[in-house]
Design a protein around this ligand. Sequence first.
Ligand code: ARG
Length: 624
Amino acid sequence: MAAQTPASLTLDPCLDAYRSAIASQLSLSLDIPLDAAYEGVDYGKKGIDFTVAVPRFRLKEKPAVLADKVVSEFSPNAYLQSATRDGIFVHYVCHTQNLIRTALKQIYTLSKSTQSHPHGSYGCNNSGAGKQVIIEFSSPNIAKPFHAGHLRSTIIGTFLANLFEANGWKSIRFNYLGDWGKQYGLLAVGFQRYGSEESLAKNPILHLFEVYVRVNQDLEKEEASNPGKFSPTNEEAKALFKKMEDNDKETLELWKRFRDLSIVEYEKVYKRLNVRFDVYGGESLVKSQLMMDTLEKLRNNGLLTKKTAHESRVGAAAAEATSGDQDANDDDNAADALALDLTQWKLGKPVVQKGDGTTIYILRDIAGARQRYQLYNFDKMIYVIGDQQDLHVNQFFKALSLMGEPFTDKLEHVTFGKIHGMSTRRGQVKFLSDILEASKEAMLEQMKKNEEKMKDVTDPDSTSDEVGMTCVKIQDMSAKRVHAYTFDLQRMTSFEGDTGAYLQYAHVRLCSVERKVALDGVIPRDDPDLIDTTLLTEPKVRELVFALASYPDVVKVALKNYEPSTVVSYCFKISHLVSSAWETLIVRGQEAELAQARLYVFRCTRFVLSSAMRLLSLTPLTRM
Ligand code: ARG
């Protein structure tokens, strides 16, 4: 067996070799194919490396009898140390010394190699090689607040893009801005009345928001003083939006400026969050030609129907409730609105085009998906959108499939629950930067409470900013996506419990042990073959190393469930293991070989923790 020689440095997880060793014995004893046996090897519970549940092979003989046979025929080798029976289960323990040596060597060497990833290749695999995924996320609406749904979409979407890349895919990060619809006609009217070029240049997001609020106040006043009647501002907005849809040059130029300046501003905050985009798309960029063609196709498939004025009003109210207020007040021209009839599939009758011929959110989504397929020929496209729009997404996915589009099986919706109470001391959050400032502030307060930790902090400003963002992200990704949660600045910035602050601290501590021993003149050896891993006899090391060796599987599992919490839990598992190892695995003052060996474990732990944190879009800190 090859375990005497170093693990080969492919991206294949080194634990695969141990699984194969189990499978080959299992396949002989049970007379089953090797791959079936391999599939049956699961991780074991604490203290056991792998477990096989015999009934899963559905063999004729009694599982307990077969389990006995497997155990009595077991022979230890370079990979496996023992097999024991527990009812219908067989538990395996890997050869401890070889496991520690091969796993650490693979972790060390791949972490330092940039062949598959700029920050180290350990944990990466090539399963997605040659494939391309579009991940649409964040997608805020210009001139409107960046709400909790956008925040979650940004955090989860970035994680997914990183995750696909770690699995060998090429990912295209796509921001689908809300930048079209009658409300942008209204914004343009507002700008004519209240806009200032100077303020626009200074802070476009804030200024456009203020303009939008003011023009909406005009609208409300008119409607209040003249209920149900003609409102001049509304008519102006409709006319302007119609001009935009009809490609009027001047209005389009103004609109493009709003959009471009907003993007520049968004990018600053995204950058702070470690988030980037390859493409800034937007509703406005969906080609009108393609929308007309889409309507035609829907009609030919018998999916379109006229809506009565009443139906349209109800439909528009529903659209407002589900589609992130995209097409609010869409009951204008209700009488001749065109709707998509999905009642047969219990998906309602969403309006796709208004009576004056202008388009609606859902039509832009149907046509937009087609446009992206034409442009990118993606292998997969993922929409990261909150559960308030579940119905909307189901509707447009259904429409595409009824139209017979060839890519509908490549579409996926990654949904998530709401954040409750996202407000700061200054009130309800309106901009992304407010959230980041508030978490930074809360973090700084926590840090001040902890004098011990605070005294080593060299740059409290940038540290509290980074740790604060880590806290926001970790709180968001700790539970399963579908769960709603309550935004709690106090709790999430605490150093107690599984928070972002705790995680950063665990990483910092791994960095500081290296700095401290360097003061004693211990310089880590860079060649794994020069480390005597047989000195690593503590059960803690074994437990920790086995957990580190399972990281490549964590990356694969997360790609199946799209759950950031899989990776978050893994980070905390490693942090807890290492925090309980500090007392037994002392490096300082130890004899040279032992110090080197222990230092090597901590360095490998740091590499893995840092990769997992980066996967979550965090920036691991070296000091705090
Ligand atoms: N801009 C939308 C909103 O804020 C989100 C866009 C979601 N993506 C989509 N393809 N519809 O509600």
